[in-house]
Design a protein around this ligand. Structure first.
Ligand SMILES: Cc1cc2nc3c(=O)[nH]c(=O)nc-3n(C[C@H](O)[C@H](O)[C@H](O)COP(=O)(O)OP(=O)(O)OC[C@H]3O[C@@H](n4cnc5c(N)ncnc54)[C@H](O)[C@@H]3O)c2cc1C
Ligand code: FES
Length: 230
């Protein structure tokens, strides 16, 4: 059990939860988070947004029942955290771009915080949030609101590109990767539905070039050309 330090609303339907605990999360890892007893049965996967000496932070969007319940919690309430899980982002080589769409920006803050160089591209549909936090990292930052953030990224300018966002955006990144010179190693972070989060149930199974893999334990980050997106 972990005690919530704060759970603040940062935009319409978007929250940042800070929960106590000492963790050694790597960039791109996630936790299975549960703030209730009994129903709903399953914990919800949330990426590590940040980590400090007090605990771990999650930037999350209210999507359904579970995240709605999390959003109603307050400082002093308890959450169950299983993690950190997943393999996270591999080491970035050369010039690096971090591209996030919607709540897919969540894992990019912690990733960028621990990179000497990274260009950040953040895409929002209606409202920009956590801009000052991202600016405080001191990296080059481009923000797109209402457009297509991937259009701003020239894949040939980079050696490594990490893309997090909704599946159509990941498919577009795959396409851009194929159409580019191939200089960049492109990685996508999947948001498959998960049940156990630890590789035991196969709910998160994803088609890959060498057979099926588990998004939770083999990923959630994969080489763009490796995964078959529906
Ligand atoms: C590795 C990983 C990291 C994620 N990181 C974040 C994050 O940092 N911030 C954030 O806001 N969201 C994140 N998501 C998506 C988040 O897990 C879902 O929005 C959330 O589980 C929805 O739960 P719900 O009960 O509110 O919605 P419901 O639709 O009621 O959920 C029903 C079931 O479907 C699953 N589910 C629904 N939508 C998704 C989805 N998009 N991805 C995965 N499972 C889903 C739920 O876990 C639950 O088991 C992440 C997903 C994955 C797989
Ligand atoms: S969620 Fe159970 S194997 Fe991945």
């Amino acid at each position: 059990m972990s005690t919530i330090i704060s759970n603040r609303r940062v935009a319409k339907g978007i929250y940042v939860m800070h929960a106590e605990g000492r963790f050694e999360a790597k960039r791109g890892q996630f936790f299975m988070v549960r703030g209730w007893e009994g129903y709903p049965l399953l914990a919800r996967p949330l990426s590590v947004y940040d980590q400090d000496e007090y605990g771990v932070k999650f930037l999350y969007k209210v999507a359904g029942e579970g995240t709605q319940m999390l959003s109603r919690m307050s400082a002093g309430d308890s959450v169950t955290l299983l993690g950190p899980l997943g393999s996270g982002f591999p080491e970035a080589r050369g010039r690096t771009a971090l591209v996030g769409g919607g709540i897919g920006i969540a894992p990019l803050f912690y990733a960028a915080k621990h990179m000497e160089q990274a260009d950040l591209y953040l895409g929002f549909s209606e409202e920009v949030y956590e801009e000052q936090e991202f600016r405080s990292l001191g990296h080059r930052l481009e923000i797109d609101c209402g457009g297509i953030v991937l259009d701003r990224v020239n894949f040939d300018d980079y050696d490594t590109i990490f893309v997090c966002g909704p599946e159509p955006m990941l498919r577009a990144a795959q396409m851009k990767s194929v159409m580019s010179s191939g200089r960049a190693a492109v990685y996508v972070s999947l948001e498959n539905r998960m049940a156990c989060g630890i590789g035991a149930c196969l709910v998160c199974s994803v088609g890959c070039e060498n057979g099926r893999k588990k998004a939770c334990s083999d990923g959630p980050v994969f080489r763009a050309e490796e995964v078959v997106l529906a």
